[in-house]
Write a protein that binds this ligand. Structure first.
Ligand code: FES
Length: 149
């Protein structure tokens, strides 16, 4: 079926199976590979994007559910990599292997949009579902707090 998606402020018309996860459309059809496949079952957060400003798992979002919504991927978070979260990530030197970090930043930026001054506990709660195998959790928390300043 034909679906129309608004991704990073651009419209795309695509012919895909309506049950296709948004993650595969982003990566395989559109080449937006900053959104990562980790577990495919909604458990790791590597595939996190914003849908109408809310952090969502793209591996668990059927493409038909994303029609007529505003989708933002890590590539569209800012024009020049200068979103406060991206700048804080660089300042704190958060990533180790880097694989999960796009998803981490998408969750962090959605949190700060909703709650510009979160407590440590609120940061930990919000970031809880994003897994990092390199265990960069302390740096992630520090970067979110830095971005909030
Ligand atoms: Fe979607 Fe892990 S790949 S939550």
């Amino acid at each position: 079926m034909e679906v129309t998606l608004n991704i990073n402020k651009k419209n795309y018309k695509l012919d895909v199976d309506d049950g296709t996860p948004l993650l595969w459309v982003l990566r395989d059809e559109l080449g937006l590979v900053g959104t990562k496949f980790g577990c495919g079952i909604g458990q790791c957060g590597a595939c996190t994007v914003h849908i109408d400003g809310v952090a969502q798992r793209s591996c668990q979002t059927m493409v038909i559910m994303a029609e007529d919504k505003e989708i933002t991927t890590i590539e569209g978070l800012s024009e020049n990599g200068d979103h406060p979260v991206q700048e804080a990530w660089e300042e704190i030197d958060v990533p180790q292997c880097g694989y999960c970090q796009g998803g981490q930043m998408m969750t962090a930026s959605a949190l700060l949009k909703k709650n510009p001054n979160p407590s440590s506990e609120e940061i930990r709660m919000a970031m809880n579902g994003n897994i990092c195998r390199c265990a960069s959790y302390n740096r992630i928390e520090k970067a979110v707090a830095t971005a909030a300043q």
